[in-house]
Structure formats: C-alpha cells, structure tokens
Design a protein around this ligand. Structure first.
Ligand SMILES: [Zn+2]
Length: 222
C-alpha cells in the first residue's frame, strides 16, 4: 500500500516535470490548514514529509494572507502559525487588504503556474480549481500521511494535446511527405489482357474477320 502511494506520487511528479517543466528544488506554497493538519498529527516538519513525497529537495513558502488567517484563528492554530512564520514569505498584491488563502494562492498561480508551485492545502475546493489548470499540482495530508493529487482527466487531455502539437509536422514537411508517399506508392503494372477462347470482344471479332478477308483476297489473287 505504502509502496503504491509512493509510486503514484513519483508518477505524478514526473507528469508535471514533463508536461509543465517542474524542476527541483520543488517550490511548495503551504496553506495554513495543511501545516495545522501536520502539527495535529505529529507528522514532523512539513519540509521533511514533502521532500519524501516528491522525491527531491523542496522550498516551502507562505503568503501574507495565509499568515494573517492563521493569526486570526488564535490559540488552536498557534503552532501552525509559528511554523508558517519561519517559511519563505512570498509577496502578494493583498498586503493592505488580506483575502482568503485560497484566493491569494490562486492569484499567485495565475492561469499557467509559470513559477511551477506545488500547493499543499486541505482545501478540497482549491485543489479542484488547481486540477482544472494544466500545471496545477496539489498536495494534501490525511491520517495516512501526505499525498499528491493525481493529474486530472483534463490535465492528461491537455498534456496529450501538447504532445500532438509537438508531433504535428509543419506544412512544407507535410506537403513533402505527401509527395514522397505519392512517389512510393506501388505502381500499377499494365499487363496485356489475355483473352480466353470464346471471350473475344466484338471489335476483336471484326478485326479477325477483316484479316481473314484480306487473306482470302490474297489467296484469290495468287
Ligand atoms: Zn495575498
């Protein structure tokens, strides 16, 4: 079971490496609820669990909006707040007016996740939103540890289209290859039609008749 989870995670990482250019050290935006889940379950340092999961060095970061939510949640979340405060703080555009962590994270990811962030969050809605983006990779924690969301059907489809685009030859190449196909096509060999006895056409019969007539004319003339 554990080995299968491991294998699936590696496969998902490979998918994002190949299709979207994710590279180690892997950047992870860590949501407050994820850090809280890890501290509640005594899963140790988030960086250790995540490093094991993705199979390479990780660079964890938080945002001002995540920190402001954790602070507002009070005592129950103080461990998560203290842990998150030690992470790299990204700059967002909501400094003076914090938004929900979900909105903040989505604004940093944008439409194409050019920074190649993994997002670790317990917010299923947020993870669903990420799975609708070609490069949206997310992580969550359960009682069994941390997991990587497998690429969605949409993400696989988008990856397939990208692959097809790469495979598609440009027009002149396509034209040249059509020409080559034409040249390489098997030629029809023109064989003389062999007519069997009793299968002469009317024209053949007339021709034979003419020839015979000439012969007879010839014989008569001799
Ligand atoms: Zn923000």
């Amino acid at each position: 079971m554990r080995r299968k989870k491991h294998k699936n995670a590696r496969r998902a990482v490979r998918f994002f490496k190949v299709t979207s250019g994710f590279r180690p050290p892997y950047k992870v935006i860590v949501d407050g609820n994820f850090v809280h889940a890890l501290t509640q379950q005594r899963m140790g340092e988030p960086s250790e669990a995540l490093q094991k999961l993705v199979g390479g060095p990780v660079k964890l970061s938080t945002t001002p909006c995540i920190l402001s939510e954790l602070k507002a949640l009070g005592k129950d979340f103080s461990n998560a707040y203290q842990t998150s405060k030690r992470l790299l703080k990204l700059t967002c555009s909501h400094q003076s007016n914090p938004v929900t962590p979900s909105d903040c994270i989505m604004s940093l990811i944008g439409g194409s996740n050019t920074e190649h962030f993994f997002v670790a969050s317990q917010d299923a809605q947020l993870r669903k939103k990420l799975q609708q983006l070609p490069a949206g990779a997310s992580i969550f924690a359960s009682v069994n540890g941390v997991h990587l969301e497998q690429p969605s059907a949409e993400q696989r489809l988008a990856a397939g289209q990208v692959e097809k685009e790469h495979m598609k030859p440009t027009e002149p190449v396509a034209a040249a290859s059509a020409e080559a196909d034409y040249e390489a096509r098997p030629r029809r060999i023109e064989r003389p039609s062999i007519k069997r006895k009793g299968h002469f056409s009317e024209a053949d019969i007339r021709k034979l008749h003419d020839v015979n007539e000439q012969r007879f004319v010839g014989i008569a003339a001799q």
